[in-house]
Write a protein that binds this ligand. Structure first.
Ligand code: C2O
Length: 556
């Protein structure tokens, strides 16, 4: 079947946190935007009509885009932006994926308000889940809200070289909930449930920069999926989701009839030197049918939240998930063609010509940046073509280079402060890709560094799922790590939260020709350069090659 939507991106006037109405950019006048529901095997067609004053693109986060690389969406990687007044049609198939994904703007900071859920049902509908069919399903979209025009925040960040300030509120389904100044009843999302029924919660972290703990007072969960891949059922009373990740969890409404808070609270893994961030909770209300709700009703109970820096709880959840092995599903490849050891972290770069600092000082100035293997990624400059267009035309010159290193340029003690290491002080800004042969198997060690600060970076790969073989704290040591690899039922993800001051090992098969972004899903770090691109070459047939661009592909 074909699932067709029109996304009108335009202005929405909205009032949050008791402030005068402000104009945000939103799809079809909704925050969050519309939910797309499809079945495995369907074709999804979305007509993007850009009625906003900003350049726009939409990314279908986690969709493989096999054979449709022009529909992936990251600005200047797979397409030029859709200009104000212009349109573009995204067309892709849902193949081999079931569960929860999402979509978001992939340009500037606009994903703060341009995002929504993407629900992928099995071909046979809910009856075909590999777990008991729930009575109902609920989307739980976690987000961040700014009392500001996020486009201006982004301009400011580019100018100063500092990441944008932290959000003014966290949200559940677009609403901050009861614990902010001046919140009122219609700024709290309500979930109605019936006693003893089972609900499938599709929890998505759409926040720009904040991993979240999610709890519901007096209720617990059985996790059955993550990033649209089924997991072995995992019992827990707390769910942890880093930006970009999703978790599908069953919850039985088995408590005494009444009202309960569902709370999303921040997880801050940074140690040392980071700006203060927002210490608040987003809440929604779980309301049992028939509960008293009037003035005399008892207030909802609040769950006990983990401390903001509870790395132990975050790590336990994130590292304990395993895949549900099903017949016909891909299993982890045992032979590896290419091994990469890639540092991910913060650092410094030379200031850029467009930045204030450069204009006011004559000497070389380091500015805050982020990098992978000490290469700090910048998108090719607007006015050119996207990287995929350059790849397709065999004309990479002036757009990107093929020298992304397989190992860091200097070996250092990754988990110690190495900020003064001369070779790491002035990372060059660059647009480097790593070229892969079609069907090559890649194993990548992602090693967090402690230049400036160590932090759990949610690393997202476009175009593929990868298997997470192992993860732990400290410096990666092959001899110690290899015996820990799960080669039987490792979790499959599109976004892995590399443990703070630690490492994660992932494996994937490059069976999808195109240009695929890999980046930290903290928006602030993506802007600072924590990114790279895989250029996957064509296979032997037309089917395994990048197809010609659609006729309406935007031009820069
Ligand atoms: Cu959800 Cu490139 O991101």
């Amino acid at each position: 079947a074909v699932v067709e939507h029109t996304f009108n991106v335009g202005n929405l006037s909205i009032s949050q946190l008791c402030r005068p109405p402000m104009i945000i950019t939103a799809v079809n006048g909704q925050l969050p935007g519309p939910t797309i529901k499809a079945r495995e095997g369907d074709t999804v067609v979305v007509h993007l009509v850009n009625e906003s004053p900003y350049n726009m693109t939409i990314h279908w986060h986690g969709i493989f885009q096999r054979g449709t690389p022009w529909a992936d969406g990251p600005a200047m990687v797979t397409q030029c932006p859709v200009k104000p007044g212009a349109t573009y049609t995204y067309r892709f198939n849902v193949t081999g994926q079931e569960g929860t994904l999402w979509w978001h703007a992939h340009i500037s900071l606009l994903r703060a308000t341009v995002y929504g859920a993407l629900v992928l049902h099995p071909r046979g509908g809910a009856a075909a889940y590999p777990f008991p069919k729930p009575h109902a399903e609920k989307i739980v979209l976690l987000g961040e809200w700014w009392n500001a025009n996020v486009h201006d925040l982004d301009d400011m960040a580019v100018l100063t070289g500092n990441p944008p300030r932290s959000a003014d509120a966290y949200t559940i389904n677009g609403k901050p909930g009861d614990f902010y100044n001046c919140s009122n009843a219609n700024q709290t999302y309500k979930f109605q449930v019936r006693r003893n029924e089972t609900y499938l919660l599709r929890i998505i972290n759409a926040a720009l920069n904040t991993p979240m703990f999610f709890k519901v007072a007096n209720h617990s969960f059985t996790v059955v999926g993550a990033d649209a891949a089924y997991t072995t059922p995992y019992a827990t009373d707390v769910v942890v989701v880093a930006p970009g990740q999703t978790v599908d969890a069953l919850m039985v409404a088995g408590a005494a009839p009444g009202r309960y808070y569902m709370a999303a609270s921040p997880y801050d893994s940074a140690i040392g030197g980071m700006p203060p961030f927002l210490m608040a909770n987003a809440t929604a209300i779980l309301e049992y049918a028939g509960s008293p709700t009037g003035d005399g009703a008892p207030p909802p109970q609040m769950p006990q939240r983990p401390a903001y820096n509870d790395t132990e709880t975050a790590f336990r959840f994130l590292s304990n998930l395993t895949a549900l092995v099903l017949p016909g599903k891909p299993t982890v490849p045992l032979a590896v063609d290419t091994r990469m050891f890639v540092t991910v972290g913060l650092g410094n770069s030379d200031c850029q010509p467009e930045q204030l600092l450069c204009n006011t000082t004559g000497t070389r100035q380091p500015i805050f940046s982020a990098s992978m293997n000490n290469a700090s990624f910048v998108l090719p400059h607007a006015g050119a073509v996207s990287m995929l267009q350059a790849h397709y035309a065999n004309a990479s010159a002036g757009v990107y280079t093929r020298d992304f290193p397989d190992v860091p340029p200097v070996i250092f003690d990754y988990t110690a402060d190495a900020s003064d290491t001369a070779e790491l002080k002035f990372t060059a800004k660059s647009t480097k890709v790593r070229t892969l042969r079609y069907n090559e198997t890649v194993e990548m060690v992602l090693q967090n560094t402690r230049l400036i600060a160590k932090e759990s970076h949610p690393m997202h790969l476009h175009g593929f799922n990868f298997f997470v073989l192992a993860q732990d704290f400290g410096n990666y040591d092959e001899a110690v790590a290899t015996p820990q690899f799960n080669l039987v039922n490792p979790q499959e993800r599109n976004t892995v939260a590399v443990p703070t001051g630690g490492w994660a090992v992932i494996r994937f098969v490059a069976n999808n020709p195109g240009m695929w972004f890999m980046h930290c899903h903290f928006d602030a770090h993506l802007d600072l350069g924590l990114a790279m691109v895989f250029e996957v070459q064509d296979g032997p047939t037309e089917e395994t090659s990048v197809p010609p661009p659609p006729s309406d592909l935007p031009q820069c």
